[in-house]
Design a protein around this ligand. Structure first.
Ligand code: PRP
Length: 211
Protein backbone atom coordinates (compact mmCIF):
# COMPACT_ATOMS: atom_id res chain seq x y z
CA UNK A 1 0.00 0.00 0.00
CA UNK A 2 1.34 3.44 -0.84
CA UNK A 3 1.52 6.23 1.69
CA UNK A 4 -1.28 8.76 1.80
CA UNK A 5 0.28 12.16 2.45
CA UNK A 6 -1.27 15.05 4.39
CA UNK A 7 -0.07 18.66 4.11
CA UNK A 8 -1.13 20.64 7.18
CA UNK A 9 -0.99 24.38 7.71
CA UNK A 10 1.67 25.17 10.32
CA UNK A 11 0.34 26.65 13.55
CA UNK A 12 -3.09 26.67 15.10
CA UNK A 13 -4.81 24.96 12.17
CA UNK A 14 -2.37 22.04 12.37
CA UNK A 15 -2.94 21.55 16.12
CA UNK A 16 -6.70 21.61 15.64
CA UNK A 17 -6.43 19.21 12.69
CA UNK A 18 -4.29 16.77 14.68
CA UNK A 19 -6.86 16.82 17.51
CA UNK A 20 -9.57 16.01 15.00
CA UNK A 21 -7.56 13.24 13.32
CA UNK A 22 -6.94 11.74 16.74
CA UNK A 23 -10.69 11.55 17.29
CA UNK A 24 -10.98 9.30 14.24
CA UNK A 25 -8.09 7.10 15.31
CA UNK A 26 -5.37 8.68 13.20
CA UNK A 27 -2.46 9.55 15.42
CA UNK A 28 1.03 10.81 14.82
CA UNK A 29 2.93 10.85 18.11
CA UNK A 30 6.16 12.12 16.51
CA UNK A 31 4.45 15.26 15.37
CA UNK A 32 3.49 16.41 18.86
CA UNK A 33 7.11 16.92 19.88
CA UNK A 34 7.35 20.71 19.73
CA UNK A 35 11.17 20.71 19.93
CA UNK A 36 11.64 18.53 16.90
CA UNK A 37 13.00 20.12 13.71
CA UNK A 38 11.78 17.22 11.65
CA UNK A 39 9.63 18.19 8.70
CA UNK A 40 7.86 14.97 7.84
CA UNK A 41 6.19 12.40 10.09
CA UNK A 42 5.05 8.87 9.41
CA UNK A 43 2.38 6.58 10.79
CA UNK A 44 3.71 3.22 9.58
CA UNK A 45 0.72 1.24 10.72
CA UNK A 46 -1.80 3.26 8.73
CA UNK A 47 0.67 4.08 5.92
CA UNK A 48 0.17 7.81 6.37
CA UNK A 49 2.62 10.70 6.11
CA UNK A 50 2.17 14.21 7.46
CA UNK A 51 4.09 17.41 6.90
CA UNK A 52 3.67 21.00 7.97
CA UNK A 53 3.85 23.82 5.45
CA UNK A 54 3.13 27.54 5.28
CA UNK A 55 -0.55 28.09 4.47
CA UNK A 56 -0.12 29.44 0.92
CA UNK A 57 2.12 26.46 0.05
CA UNK A 58 -0.43 23.81 1.07
CA UNK A 59 -2.57 24.16 -2.11
CA UNK A 60 0.63 24.00 -4.18
CA UNK A 61 1.71 20.68 -2.62
CA UNK A 62 -1.79 19.29 -3.14
CA UNK A 63 -2.15 20.47 -6.75
CA UNK A 64 1.13 18.80 -7.75
CA UNK A 65 0.30 15.62 -5.83
CA UNK A 66 3.20 15.95 -3.37
CA UNK A 67 0.39 15.72 -0.82
CA UNK A 68 -2.86 13.84 -1.43
CA UNK A 69 -4.81 15.76 1.17
CA UNK A 70 -4.39 19.26 2.60
CA UNK A 71 -5.92 21.25 5.43
CA UNK A 72 -5.88 24.98 4.82
CA UNK A 73 -7.94 28.14 5.28
CA UNK A 74 -10.61 29.08 2.75
CA UNK A 75 -8.87 32.46 2.32
CA UNK A 76 -5.72 30.72 1.11
CA UNK A 77 -7.66 28.35 -1.16
CA UNK A 78 -9.37 31.28 -2.88
CA UNK A 79 -6.23 33.37 -3.11
CA UNK A 80 -4.06 30.57 -4.51
CA UNK A 81 -6.74 29.26 -6.94
CA UNK A 82 -5.00 25.93 -7.47
CA UNK A 83 -6.49 23.00 -9.33
CA UNK A 84 -7.79 20.80 -6.51
CA UNK A 85 -10.99 19.62 -4.90
CA UNK A 86 -12.30 21.39 -1.81
CA UNK A 87 -14.22 18.60 -0.10
CA UNK A 88 -14.96 19.41 3.53
CA UNK A 89 -15.51 22.36 5.86
CA UNK A 90 -13.90 21.50 9.21
CA UNK A 91 -15.77 24.28 10.98
CA UNK A 92 -12.81 25.60 12.96
CA UNK A 93 -10.61 28.60 12.24
CA UNK A 94 -13.82 30.50 11.66
CA UNK A 95 -13.45 34.15 10.67
CA UNK A 96 -14.54 36.58 7.94
CA UNK A 97 -12.87 38.28 4.99
CA UNK A 98 -13.93 41.93 5.19
CA UNK A 99 -13.43 45.35 3.71
CA UNK A 100 -12.37 47.48 6.67
CA UNK A 101 -11.39 51.06 7.25
CA UNK A 102 -12.24 54.21 9.16
CA UNK A 103 -15.96 55.20 9.27
CA UNK A 104 -15.17 57.98 6.82
CA UNK A 105 -14.31 55.45 4.11
CA UNK A 106 -17.90 54.18 3.98
CA UNK A 107 -18.80 56.95 1.57
CA UNK A 108 -15.97 56.08 -0.81
CA UNK A 109 -17.36 52.55 -1.07
CA UNK A 110 -20.89 53.76 -1.77
CA UNK A 111 -19.89 56.27 -4.41
CA UNK A 112 -17.83 53.76 -6.36
CA UNK A 113 -14.74 55.92 -6.17
CA UNK A 114 -11.37 54.76 -7.41
CA UNK A 115 -10.00 53.97 -3.97
CA UNK A 116 -6.79 52.32 -2.79
CA UNK A 117 -7.15 48.90 -1.19
CA UNK A 118 -4.30 47.35 0.81
CA UNK A 119 -4.35 43.59 1.32
CA UNK A 120 -2.45 40.36 1.70
CA UNK A 121 -5.10 38.87 -0.63
CA UNK A 122 -4.91 40.76 -3.96
CA UNK A 123 -6.81 38.11 -5.87
CA UNK A 124 -9.74 37.97 -3.44
CA UNK A 125 -9.82 41.78 -3.23
CA UNK A 126 -9.76 42.12 -7.01
CA UNK A 127 -12.52 39.57 -7.49
CA UNK A 128 -14.67 41.31 -4.89
CA UNK A 129 -14.30 44.85 -6.21
CA UNK A 130 -14.17 44.13 -9.94
CA UNK A 131 -16.54 41.20 -10.31
CA UNK A 132 -18.93 41.48 -7.39
CA UNK A 133 -19.14 45.25 -6.94
CA UNK A 134 -18.09 46.48 -10.35
CA UNK A 135 -15.83 49.08 -8.77
CA UNK A 136 -12.42 49.96 -10.19
CA UNK A 137 -9.85 50.15 -7.41
CA UNK A 138 -6.10 50.23 -6.96
CA UNK A 139 -4.88 47.18 -5.09
CA UNK A 140 -1.72 47.38 -3.00
CA UNK A 141 -0.24 44.08 -1.87
CA UNK A 142 1.13 43.91 1.68
CA UNK A 143 2.46 40.99 3.72
CA UNK A 144 1.08 41.59 7.20
CA UNK A 145 -0.13 44.13 9.77
CA UNK A 146 -2.53 45.30 7.06
CA UNK A 147 -4.41 47.52 9.54
CA UNK A 148 -1.49 49.93 9.38
CA UNK A 149 -2.20 50.92 5.80
CA UNK A 150 -5.25 53.19 6.28
CA UNK A 151 -3.81 54.58 9.51
CA UNK A 152 -0.64 55.85 7.90
CA UNK A 153 -2.36 56.90 4.67
CA UNK A 154 -1.16 54.16 2.33
CA UNK A 155 -4.71 53.12 1.44
CA UNK A 156 -8.34 54.12 1.95
CA UNK A 157 -9.49 50.66 3.03
CA UNK A 158 -8.13 47.15 3.55
CA UNK A 159 -9.37 43.69 2.67
CA UNK A 160 -8.36 41.44 5.55
CA UNK A 161 -9.35 38.68 7.92
CA UNK A 162 -11.43 39.65 10.93
CA UNK A 163 -11.74 37.14 13.74
CA UNK A 164 -12.61 38.82 17.05
CA UNK A 165 -12.44 42.35 15.66
CA UNK A 166 -9.97 43.36 18.39
CA UNK A 167 -7.25 44.48 15.96
CA UNK A 168 -9.71 46.76 14.17
CA UNK A 169 -11.14 48.23 17.38
CA UNK A 170 -7.73 48.93 18.87
CA UNK A 171 -6.75 50.80 15.73
CA UNK A 172 -9.90 52.86 15.22
CA UNK A 173 -11.08 50.86 12.21
CA UNK A 174 -14.29 48.95 11.52
CA UNK A 175 -15.84 46.40 9.21
CA UNK A 176 -17.39 48.25 6.26
CA UNK A 177 -18.43 45.31 4.09
CA UNK A 178 -18.25 41.54 4.37
CA UNK A 179 -16.60 39.67 1.51
CA UNK A 180 -17.11 36.05 2.66
CA UNK A 181 -17.05 33.71 5.66
CA UNK A 182 -13.88 31.66 6.19
CA UNK A 183 -12.87 28.44 7.97
CA UNK A 184 -10.46 25.51 7.65
CA UNK A 185 -11.16 23.23 4.69
CA UNK A 186 -9.95 19.84 3.50
CA UNK A 187 -8.62 19.84 -0.05
CA UNK A 188 -7.74 16.79 -2.15
CA UNK A 189 -5.50 16.28 -5.17
CA UNK A 190 -7.57 15.60 -8.28
CA UNK A 191 -5.80 12.39 -9.27
CA UNK A 192 -5.63 11.06 -5.69
CA UNK A 193 -9.37 11.51 -5.46
CA UNK A 194 -9.71 8.93 -8.23
CA UNK A 195 -6.79 6.61 -7.46
CA UNK A 196 -7.20 6.52 -3.67
CA UNK A 197 -10.92 7.15 -3.60
CA UNK A 198 -11.67 4.37 -1.12
CA UNK A 199 -9.13 5.39 1.54
CA UNK A 200 -9.83 9.10 1.15
CA UNK A 201 -13.61 8.67 1.29
CA UNK A 202 -13.24 6.59 4.44
CA UNK A 203 -11.25 9.35 6.15
CA UNK A 204 -13.66 12.06 4.98
CA UNK A 205 -16.68 10.11 6.21
CA UNK A 206 -15.07 9.51 9.60
CA UNK A 207 -14.32 13.23 9.87
CA UNK A 208 -17.90 14.13 8.95
CA UNK A 209 -19.13 11.88 11.73
CA UNK A 210 -17.16 13.61 14.47
CA UNK A 211 -17.81 17.15 13.21
C1 PRP B 1 -4.82 38.47 11.31
C2 PRP B 1 -5.56 39.44 10.43
C3 PRP B 1 -5.89 40.57 11.38
C4 PRP B 1 -6.11 39.84 12.69
C5 PRP B 1 -7.59 39.68 12.92
O1 PRP B 1 -3.51 38.86 11.37
O2 PRP B 1 -4.77 39.86 9.33
O3 PRP B 1 -4.82 41.46 11.47
O4 PRP B 1 -5.48 38.56 12.58
O5 PRP B 1 -7.88 39.09 14.18
P1 PRP B 1 -8.82 39.80 15.22
O6 PRP B 1 -10.07 40.23 14.51
O7 PRP B 1 -9.12 38.72 16.23
O8 PRP B 1 -8.11 40.95 15.82
P2 PRP B 1 -2.34 37.94 11.93
O9 PRP B 1 -2.30 38.04 13.41
O10 PRP B 1 -2.46 36.59 11.36
O11 PRP B 1 -1.01 38.62 11.40
P3 PRP B 1 -0.70 39.61 10.17
O12 PRP B 1 -1.42 40.89 10.44
O13 PRP B 1 0.77 39.80 10.22
O14 PRP B 1 -1.18 38.93 8.91
Amino acid sequence: MRYLTFALTKGRLASKTLELLEQIGITCEEMKDKNSRKLIFVNEELKLKFFLAKGPDVPTYVEYGAADIGVVGKDTIDEESRKLYEVLDLGFGKCRMCVCGPTSAKELLQHQERIRVATKYPKIAKDYFYNKKGQTVEIIKLNGSIELAPIVGLSDVIVDIVETGATLRENGLEVLEEVCPLSARVVVNRVSMQMESERITKILNALKEVL
